[in-house]
Design a protein around this ligand. Sequence first.
Ligand code: ZN
Length: 410
Amino acid sequence: MTPPNVLLLAIDSLRADAVFGPEVATPNIDRYASRGAAFRHCVSTTTSTTPSFSSILTGCYPPKHGVRGLQGYRLSSSLTTMAEVFAAGGYRTHAEVTGPLLPQTGILRGFEDARHRQGYKVPFFEWRDEVVDRMHSYVDPWFMLLHIWEVHRPYRAPPDFTKRWDKAGYQAAVRATDEWLQPVYDACGDNTIIVITGDHGEDYPDTAFQQKLIRLARKSRKTLRLKSWLPALDQRFQSLSVGHGFALHEHLVRVPLIISGPRVSPATIEQQVRHVDLFPTLCDLCDLEVPNGIDGRSLRPLMEGGTLPEEPAYMEAVGVKLEGNRIAGARTADWKLLRVGTAKPALYRLNGGGSPDEKRNLYGRYPEVARPLETFIAQVEESTVVDEEAPLSEEDEATIEQHLRDLGYL
Ligand SMILES: [Zn+2]
């Protein structure tokens, strides 16, 4: 049997409810969701781009792959990446990526042809057609990572490309991206497994007016140095953040995951799954060997109507705004435990994800729920792999920093 090609399409900042919810029309993505396996409760590992992709591409949590921020980290050289496994299995491997996914981060290891798009400032232009042209020259079987920046802040959707920062702007960008991707799908052919996901979710203000208030709060924090004399207000203003990376709220960690194509029957899966599960799942579908010691597991049993025992998801927030105060989290269908450093954790009830309550901290009331999640976080954090590779060179570090500046992260 001819091995299937694989397109791994990661739409930056794509929330689960933008695809599975009723508010945004995404007919093209919906078509793949109804033809294939639609995972309605997929959790991203982190809410920052580079660490999230590191988990997708290695099947490992950050303590193991070592990428724990946008800056200053490189993927552990001791791990085998998804692209390396596909290449070893006879696949031609191609990457078309954007934003902070620079070759210096090590996460493009294993791609024989990795192109970083410089034009993230002007989305929705000729880049797609260049990519589609290149796809037509791919030799079967191929594996492709396509990382789309069109839904990332600021939202600039056709026809006018005006910078927007609110819900309406986000939703317009999602709608336009869904339409704009059609030629990419058309270039895939029938024998291609198409995976659609987001690297993390997004928080946006509901209105343009709210965005103005948030901007004002940010400005006051900085200019009035609120932290030093009104720390409570400073904290309050800080929590008004929008975008991603700074927290592990449901809107930030819930992403769509759709797998469709040959060997995949239609299925809607309500059980919680994790981004780290994607790598072993694709290996399973393509008869490739899964590397030892990874954190994910194949989801094929769920796709075929079977069962898998529930497993918690480990999560990290490592965004620039946290100034090094990493948030670690563990999530099940019903609960989420969050911890910053050695401070007392917080426990929130998610109610199956349908109506999560992320305001009421129930840590003191449910120790029997909190304890195992704390143990799980500790176990993941201990699973660090020692990397012999030298740290990033000054030059690589400077290149990454410049790109992050261009993207507005710094
Ligand atoms: Zn991202």
